[in-house]
Design a protein around this ligand. Structure first.
Ligand code: NOJ
Length: 561
């Protein structure tokens, strides 16, 4: 086993900048706000921060519609603020990765304005244009409805994989290709440590523009893709994207002397994810989001299956990712019906399984969904659906799609304290989205004071992971032979160089479970960390007679030699 790169051992925290911390009183989060909270993030143990886009943008998709790739939107700050952020992050031995939207720009980008202005414009071919009275083929967008949009200025259709205000760039044009790479280089030179790549599998489509074949599914999902009776064969995860992943890997490795890394937002099954990371050797994207987690039922069997699949598709030197929430879906604890014990167990799994954990801001507090009705939603996707359907239908579709059609609900302001505006912005100012009603008991200050809070539990598990190499980078082995109940998940983590083995026990039931550890060791065993505060107090102490009782929903890590 070679040396494991830093990014395989890190813990990533995603910041949605608009909702994180407002420093200048406009009700919108900003870069100075992020800087003011770096001590909190460092104290929690988050090592890498990924910030959703803060580039110049008309904000029709809140930053995922970029109008200028080398500048910062004025509501978030300026390049001086950004440089200060990089310095402050690095000063704390933390890392920063940016969110890069390579697939499309905003309609307001000067490139698109030029491109649409005439068929002879030098930038015409920078986007995907097709003539005809009817749309060129049957391709649908990811957000419902046709992905082709007619532009009466030149009487042609342009392709947009996401919202109509986000025209796709034509990566088959070498000028586009070179320009996008030079943008990545620009930010690497500014000191960033890597990139999260937005809808990476949508960059190249079928070059012959063939129709997408029929699919029997009405509803698409993150993994299958296919939906509304159409497959995504021609529009998603086209093999040319796998090649792009390899080219970018070479480029990023060269530019950063193998320091920086990329994680791709990819929707697809494990085979596709693996292709993006390199089929035979890891020569593609460093990591790919595994959204399989989001659809897994909360049971030991389902989580065991996730491990088996992750180990099968991403054995060392590949590395799995563990994603349970982000700015596009219902809050994790809302999906767990508000159950904090289950949320603790979920984090215990995420922090101890082999791979890189990604935590969305507020999840460490157990922030719940907001309650923003469809009629008031600011999300571009909600507005898009409202063009086709009445509000009640949009709300139903939103339920069916795990909150992906009204994403305001997972983007409400970060809850720093119990005040009216949650400490996100000054009292008397209107935050861009209303603060959750749960703020009084569910905020950083209150949870810091309460020893048994979710926040403290998350912090303990991150600390255990950081202090023990085996939990960060050790190999993983399922331990079925010690489990007497199908509701307990057990696995061990170990490195070649360390004597001690770490055993993770997760009780996915509301019953106490007695575990006999003698099949794996008769030696010394001690508790490293537990989701249950009482057990935590026993950390470091030797267990009696190789037996342990797991409390309902308890997750714990033991160490033995
Ligand atoms: C995926 C991002 O996570 C989402 O927020 C965005 O709206 C789309 N890509 C389009 O860029």
């Amino acid at each position: 086993m070679g040396t494991i790169p830093w990014w395989q051992k890190t813990v990533v925290y995603q910041i949605y900048p608009r909702s994180f911390m407002d420093s200048n009183g406009d009700g919108i989060g900003d870069i100075q706000g992020i800087i003011s909270k770096l001590d909190y993030l460092q104290d929690m143990g988050f090592e890498t921060i990924w910030i959703s886009p803060f580039f110049t943008s008309p904000q029709e998709d809140f930053g995922y519609d970029i109008a200028e790739y080398r500048s910062i939107a004025s509501e978030y700050g300026n390049m001086d603020d950004f440089r200060e952020l990089v310095r402050e992050v690095h000063k704390r031995d933390m890392h920063l990765i940016l969110d890069m939207v390579l697939n499309h720009t905003s309609k307001e980008h000067s490139w698109f304005k030029e491109s649409r202005s005439s068929k002879n414009n030098p930038k015409r071919d920078w986007y995907i244009w097709k003539p005809g009275k009817k749309p060129p083929n049957n391709w649908k967008s990811m957000v419902f409805g046709r992905g082709w949009h007619f532009d009466s200025l030149t009487d042609e259709w342009y392709w947009a994989a996401f919202l109509p205000c986000q025209p796709d760039l034509n990566w088959r044009n070498s000028e586009v290709y070179n320009e996008m790479l030079s943008i990545l280089k620009y930010w690497l030179n500014e000191g960033v440590d890597g990139f999260r790549l937005d809808i990476f599998g949508a960059i190249y489509e079928d070059p012959n523009f063939q129709n997408n074949p029929f699919s029997p599914h009405l509803f698409p999902n993150d993994v299958r893709g296919n939906g509304v009776f159409q497959s995504t064969e021609m529009t998603r995860n086209h093999p040319d994207n796998f090649q792009l992943a390899k080219k970018l890997r070479t480029f990023i490795d060269e530019q950063s002397q193998h320091h920086a890394w990329m994680v791709g937002e990819i929707f697809g099954g494990y085979a596709a994810l693996r292709e993006f990371c390199g089929r035979e050797i890891p020569d593609g994207l460093h990591l790919a989001f595994m959204f399989q987690t989001v659809h897994a039922p909360f049971t030991a069997a389902a989580y065991r299956k996730l491990i088996i699949e992750a180990e099968q598709w991403f054995p060392e030197p590949y590395c799995p990712t563990w994603v349970f929430g982000n700015h596009d879906m219902n809050r994790r604890i809302t999906r767990l019906r508000g159950d904090r014990d289950k949320a603790k167990l979920d984090f215990a799994y995420q922090m101890t399984v082999r791979g890189v954990p990604f935590i969305y801001n507020g999840e460490e507090l157990g922030m719940t969904n907001g309650e923003i009705p469809t009629a008031q939603a600011q999300d571009g996707v909600t507005k898009h659906f409202k063009k086709y359907f009445p509000d009640w239908v949009v709300s139903l579709v939103n339920k069916q799609f795990n909150g992906a059609v009204n994403r305001d609900n997972c983007r409400t302001p970060m809850q720093w304290n119990p005040d009216e505006n949650a400490g996100f912005c000054r009292t008397g100012i209107n935050p861009w989205l209303p603060v959750n009603r749960s703020v009084q008991k569910n905020n950083v200050i209150t949870e810091q004071e309460e020893k048994d809070s979710l926040l403290h539990c998350v912090k303990r598990f991150i600390k255990a992971r950081r202090e023990n190499e085996a939990l960060k980078s050790g190999s993983l082995k399922l331990q079925p032979n010690i489990i007497s109940s199908s509701q307990v998940l057990a696995y061990s983590r170990e490195t070649e160089s360390e004597e001690d083995v770490f055993l993770v026990l997760l009780n996915f039931s509301n019953k106490q479970q007695r575990i006999d550890l003698s099949p794996i060791t008769t030696g010394r065993i001690s508790v490293v960390v537990s989701t249950v505060l009482q057990k935590q107090k026993a950390a470091g102490f030797k267990l009696n007679r190789n037996k342990i009782s797991l409390l309902p929903w308890e997750g714990c890590v033991l160490q033995y030699s």
